[in-house]
Ligand binder design. Structure first.
Ligand code: F6P
Length: 328
């Protein structure tokens, strides 16, 4: 027979993303709604090992729906990768009478949760939180929509200078392994070219495209580059390359960096976080474990966490074509 879940713990792990706080709020309040205790774990898995726990109620999550970052803080724990570290975490779980765990984070964080479940049979549910949108089983991860809006807003500003000075700008956006931000924000901001980790569009093609742009009467250009782009050249090397081959261009570089991870979550991310938090708690209460909650076709769904970790999240190739046509 299923043991009744009376206490659920929640943590955030890996890179922070806007909407994580809204998800914590949702988990805490859904627990309260169902009469279940909720424990916030600080600093991700490291806090689990150190017993950095706090009992949370509906009022401990007031005024955070609109806040970026994570009030529970985040960390990458090397110790949790060891059996001894996980054993310490489990001992703390037992001491605090915690029955189940909700992890808000990316695939690395889910892998930790999965191992913990296998070793100690603690029910776990994942909520996808990363700006990169690179998790299988959800069309949107928490923070992705906000990051897109942040990037588009900044590129709009860069465009003012690009067009005033007839310049070419390389704008580097986040995405070590995934081009979702680059591709979507690039199209949204009207970039001439978009370079992503999933596809090597080639340097020749970049030069051809810039030459075509010039010929067609464009006086300024913006090229969006994901940090892990497949040409293997970073934005500064790309700048040098273009300057060597097209000295007529006045080239500048803008690396957007961590400003893309911060800021108040968009309405979309707040609603998504609220929906996913409810589903995560209710799934645990229904006896489910080893799932990730996500959004597919605008419905909240469950995907086996194993698939969420291993499944690939290809960029939509149609977007590459759209980008091509738009930059004619
Ligand atoms: O995983 C999200 C992400 O924003 C990546 O796109 C980026 O490469 C990375 O985090 C940066 O991580 P850190 O803050 O540890 O430098």
């Amino acid at each position: 027979m299923l043991e009744k879940i009376k206490k659920i713990a929640v943590l955030t792990s890996g890179g922070d993303s806007p909407g994580m706080n809204a998800a914590i709020r949702s988990v805490v309040r859904t627990c309260a709604y169902h009469g279940v205790d909720c424990i916030g774990i600080y600093r991700g898995y490291q806090g689990m090992i150190e017993g950095d726990f706090k009992l949370m109620g509906p009022r401990s999550v007031k005024d955070i729906v609109n806040k970026g970052g994570t009030i529970l803080k985040s960390a990458r724990s090397k110790e949790f990768m060891t059996k001894e570290g996980r054993q310490k975490a489990y001992t703390n779980f037992k001491k605090a009478d915690i029955d189940a765990l909700i992890v808000i984070g990316g695939d690395g964080s889910f892998t930790g949760a999965q191992v913990f479940n296998k070793e100690f049979n603690v029910p776990i549910i994942g909520i996808p939180g990363t700006i990169d949108n690179d998790i299988y089983g959800t069309s949107h991860t928490l923070g992705y929509d906000t990051a897109l809006n942040t990037v588009v807003e900044v590129i709009d500003k860069i465009r003012d200078t690009a067009s005033s000075h007839n310049r070419l700008f390389f704008v580097e956006v986040m995405g070590r392994d995934a081009g979702h931000i680059a591709l979507n924000a690039g199209i949204g901001a009207g970039a001439e070219e978009i370079l992503i980790p999933e596809e090597n569009l080639g340097l020749d093609r970049l030069l051809d495209s810039l030459k075509r742009s010039k010929l067609s009467g464009k006086s300024s250009s913006i090229v969006v580059v994901a940090e892990g782009d497949k040409t293997g050249k970073n934005v500064f090397e790309l700048k040098d390359y273009v300057e060597q081959n097209m000295p007529e261009y006045d080239v500048r570089v803008s690396v957007l960096g961590h400003m893309q991870r911060g800021g108040s979550p968009s309405c979309f991310d707040r609603v998504l976080a609220s929906r996913l938090g409810v589903k995560a708690v209710e799934s645990l209460l229904e006896g489910k474990t080893n799932y990730m909650v996500g959004l597919l076709n605008d419905k909240v769904t469950l995907t086996p966490i194993d698939q969420a970790i291993k499944g690939s999240t290809e960029v939509d190739r149609e977007l590459l074509k759209v980008s091509d046509i738009m930059s004619i």
